[in-house]
Design a protein around this ligand. Sequence first.
Ligand code: NOJ
Length: 508
Amino acid sequence: MIYQIYPRSFQDSNGDGVGDLAGIARRLDHVAALGVDAVWLSPIFPSPMADFGYDVADYCDIDPLFGDLAAFDALLEAVHARGLKLLLDYVPNHTSDQHPWFKESRASRENPKRDWYVWRDPAPDGGTPNNWTSDMGGSSWEFDAGTGQFYLHAFLREQPDLNWRNPQVRAAMLDVLRFWLDRGVDGFRIDVLWHCFKAAGLPDNPPNPDYRPELGEKFAVLQTNSANQPEIHQLAAEFRTMADTYGERLLVGEVCLPVPSLMQYYGSDAAPGVHLPFNFQLLDTPWQARALADMIVAYEAALPPGGWPNWVIGSHDAPRIAARVGEAQARVAMMMLLTLRGTPTLYQGDELGIGKVTIPPDRVRDPQDLRQPGLGLGRDRSRTPMPWDGSTHAGFSEAEPWLPLNDDWHTRNVATQERDPGSMLVLTRTLLRLRRDLAALSLGGFRLIHADDAVLCYARAELVVALNLTGEAQDCPVAGTPLLSTLRTPFIAGMLRPDEGVILIPEL
Ligand code: NOJ
């Protein structure tokens, strides 16, 4: 069970309105009390923050906004002292344009680091070298007047893509992993792993026949040639082999691809991949029992031998689950996330059921939103500060936080929910305790029992999970003794009340 912390928004300790490492250390009791196994920190490295840390200017240090290496070591020690593991965010596809490597690379065509990034001449008509579009909107190419060539950036122009075909890049970036592993970290979440290799020759991408501009320009073309190239699996194997030399370490790969391609990131005996290629399908599947059942069964069936499943239902990039399915269903969603087979990743604040957040236009910070306004692509709504209590700025900071709090922070905060046995926080803790105590939930096999328009029901070894995905009462497909209901009042035999999920010991 992984808990994702977005460091800017967890806890501020120095009154600048932005979270930091000392703040995280102060709030570790909350993390430990949840009952998770590992913490993943979004990037904490020196960065101009064009993409809030996913634009790294130095892979082997800490941004002063978050602290320094001493604060990091102290945090790592505190995490380990609680029996937890710490995962860092490794961003291999691109650096910041302020990284010394890129500054050198753009200094001249002859610079020894020129080939560390992807540079190309303009097309004969002076236009971009090909038709690739950036995930943040617009072309993937930025013209550099100083040297008369374009450089490639899959994301912001401030995030130039590294050239992983260059052996020096490979060596330097593997050294980065060693640097942190030597310091004692337990693994990495690898940012946009599937992007690192592009097709040789950089041919145009095919146009997307189903392009809908309202979803963002990144979908104007299919990313056939700009991502997911076969060479990536050799690189993943290299990451894995190296991490394995440190003993029990975890690699989680961010891979947004259809299931057959996703599965390749588990690798093979000859070329092992990452342990967990992130499975984002709970975010993409309609919140409907049959659709979810089909997706879960297909995912389970596609896993390679020995491939361990995993589930994600929220992140700093995705809309809040409670905003998407509503507050009542968010409790059902939590039960699903924590009872499916495999490692769940829980995003900070989802344990409180944070849903509605209003970001006034003058407080929008997300570069993706600012570049493509009006499309509703804003990620700020998921990045708002943790509400800890009812004090000023919800106990997050003594200063005005960098993003507004959730609208209902006066009542929806950790302190209030700790006191309320029926709260989302207590439900989350209880589910995690059951997962820990009952091998059926942590290790037991998965078997679909029933799915119709309203109810999804599955077995985990000898236990049964029945979820009502609607606001109307339904028959419970399996009779049994309840272990836990998502509702605050006792289970009623034979039925699932509106928005109820239950874990049952079935009658034989
Ligand atoms: C995925 C990260 O989760 C997202 O926040 C970031 O903008 C892109 N990768 C680029 O690094």
